[in-house]
Design a protein around this ligand. Structure first.
Ligand SMILES: NC(=O)C1=CN([C@@H]2O[C@H](COP(=O)(O)OP(=O)(O)OC[C@H]3O[C@@H](n4cnc5c(N)ncnc54)[C@H](OP(=O)(O)O)[C@@H]3O)[C@@H](O)[C@H]2O)C=CC1
Ligand SMILES: Nc1c(N[C@@H]2O[C@H](COP(=O)(O)O)[C@@H](O)[C@H]2O)[nH]c(=O)[nH]c1=O
Length: 348
């Protein structure tokens, strides 16, 4: 596809779509935003994707148009990523756009996944005017790390840490429940609910006997539960709560983060939430397999106890693992009751 010239007005529309995209959470799917405009370029509706299993940005904006009774006959859709052409957890957007009767589409970055690509060809074949490449670099950058997970055919990895001001995740006697407030923990349960799997090491299972289920504020289980995964060589006790009774439990008997992710990818997992402990978190960080950090910072000091990361094997400042604030998905910083949620992504 040849890059085509776009004016300031169109760039500004795509920027609006990019801002909308950034409202979504990172995970199994890329962040995508869409803007629907009339023949004069006036914005009619703005939509974005809210994570795997929910409407894609294009469908979100079309649903808004449908509920408002918008006439789509002379509209243009600006979307940050090429509309998909496949049935994944939801239907093909290219088909939805054609069926809705939107005559013109401008998208930013091409869809490079083999499964979902081909949306522009399908829309052109249906007679739509399709242009591409508008702010493509920015659109690609937004989902850079997600693109890497696609190329590597591994799940996207979120690391969650609930820590004190002095970076402890448990006190000297091993107690750790709770360091963060109920508001922060509720936020953590929303992250669990979006993930395909929640993973901890054997040490956490033996110390905490966690359930690892996704629950609402009143303690009820949400409908879609993540796979509960324990990583390590020791057996998981028969009575461990993590086993549950729904069959959504897996013991990954390895210390190698690459093998663990490969096994989970083969099992259909596209987004893993690692909840610790210190040894497991460090193992993934050491090999660059953490794509985002959800850091819950509580205003406590313990002075001693388990440090958040067991041993990153960094001897000098030049070797520091560097992170930057991630404004997407409600970040970069939110106050949750007395705690802070800090959202980070790796510095490239
Ligand atoms: N505040 C918070 O956010 C959290 C706090 N915690 C706290 O952390 C503490 C547990 O920390 P920790 O023991 O480090 O917990 P881990 O859950 O990381 O368990 C460590 C164990 O996991 C196995 N393991 C898995 N992958 C690796 C690997 N790559 N390298 C080495 N071992 C691996 C090993 O067991 P095996 O011998 O079976 O192979 C190892 O002993 C508890 O006190 C818990 O309460 C835990 C989670 C979150
Ligand atoms: N201590 C601590 C957390 N700890 C994490 O939560 C797990 C318990 O999960 P569950 O049994 O499902 O409620 C525990 O094993 C550890 O992974 N999380 C937080 O948000 N804040 C906290 O202060």
């Amino acid at each position: 596809m040849d890059p085509q010239p776009f004016g300031d007005a169109e760039r500004s529309l795509m920027r609006t779509a990019l801002h909308a995209a950034a409202r979504g959470p990172r995970g199994a799917n890329p962040l995508v935003g869409a803007v629907l405009v009339d023949a004069t370029g006036r914005i009619l509706h703005v939509g974005h994707h809210r994570g795997a299993g929910t409407a894609h940005a294009e469908v979100d904006v079309l649903e808004r148009a449908a509920s408002a009774g918008t006439d789509l006959r002379d509209t243009t859709m600006y979307v940050t990523l090429e509309p998909c052409n496949h049935w994944g957890r939801t239907g093909p957007c290219a088909e939805a756009i054609v069926a809705a009767g939107v005559p013109r589409v401008v998208f930013g970055a091409p869809d490079r996944t083999t499964a979902a690509s081909g949306g522009s060809a399908a829309m052109r074949a249906a007679g739509l005017d399709v242009r591409s490449g508008l702010l493509a670099d920015e659109a690609e950058q937004l989902n850079e790390r997600w693109g890497e997970t696609m190329r590597a055919q591994r799940p996207f990895v979120t690391l969650k840490v609930a820590q004190t001001l002095d970076s402890r995740i448990a006190a000297a006697d091993g107690t750790s429940q709770w360091i963060t407030s109920s508001s922060a923990r509720e936020h953590g349960h929303d992250v669990r609910a979006r993930a395909d799997a929640v993973l901890v090491g054997t040490g956490t299972v033996l110390a905490d006997d966690p359930r690892l289920t996704a629950r609402t504020g009143d303690g009820g289980a949400v409908a879609r539960q993540p796979l509960r995964v324990v990583m390590g060589l020791r057996p998981v006790p028969d009575r461990a709560a993590v086993r549950g009774t729904d069959g959504r439990f897996r013991h990954v008997t390895t210390h190698d983060p690459h093998s663990a992710l490969a096994e989970l990818y083969d099992a259909g997992v596209r987004h893993v939430l690692i909840e610790g402990g210190a040894t497991t978190a460090a193992a993934f960080l050491r090999v660059g397999l953490v794509d985002e950090i959800a850091l819950y910072q509580a205003p406590l000091l313990l002075g001693a106890g388990r440090a958040a990361f067991q041993d990153l094997r960094i001897g000098t400042l030049a070797g520091a693992s560097r992170w930057q604030l991630d404004p997407t998905g409600g970040g970069p910083v939110q106050q949750l009751g007395p705690d802070l949620w800090i959202h980070l992504r790796p510095t490239a």
